[in-house]
Design a protein around this ligand. Structure first.
Ligand SMILES: [Fe+2]
Length: 148
């Protein structure tokens, strides 16, 4: 009986380690969402962004359309020459892309080794707009939209 319980506990502990390792593959992603600011942020005056707003607002650049009809959509976080920092304490941890209201891509970013940038190839035929969201662990989620 004791041996069976020991095997069961070992199996559960192994499973726990595996789940934990998957949820926290590296140092930069070990913060839980409760430690990140997940508030949706909006600029006070969209026509006159402050430095902090420029630093967090995703910039969307549309590129070429490939032979299969996928358009390059590049997103960088920071505008007007201001680049958002990427340190263990402060970084852009994700970028998502929506075409109209449909989620078409998301990327999770590690602190320090990467910064707030992502690129996607998407079909935009008939679409009305693209929206990018970028999440700063300290300063919330920021969005930009480009009308097509
Ligand atoms: Fe930030």
């Amino acid at each position: 009986m004791k041996r069976r319980e020991a095997i069961k506990l070992t199996a559960l502990a192994t499973l726990g380690v595996a789940v934990s390792a998957q949820a926290c593959p590296s140092k930069g992603s070990c913060q839980t969402d409760s430690t990140k600011n997940r508030n949706l942020m909006t600029p006070k005056d969209p026509k006159k962004l402050t430095k902090g707003e420029l630093k967090h607002t995703p910039q969307i650049t549309l590129g070429d359309k490939d032979a299969n009809g996928y358009t390059l959509v590049e997103i960088t976080v920071g505008q007007g020459g201001i680049i958002h920092p990427s340190t263990q304490a402060h970084w852009i941890d994700f970028i998502t892309l929506y075409v109209d209201k449909k989620l078409v891509g998301t990327t999770e970013l590690e602190a320090e080794i990467s910064r707030g940038a992502a690129a996607f190839r998407v079909k935009l035929d008939g679409a009305k707009y693209v929206t990018a969201n970028a999440g700063c662990n300290l300063h919330g989620i920021w969005a930009s939209t480009v009308t097509l």
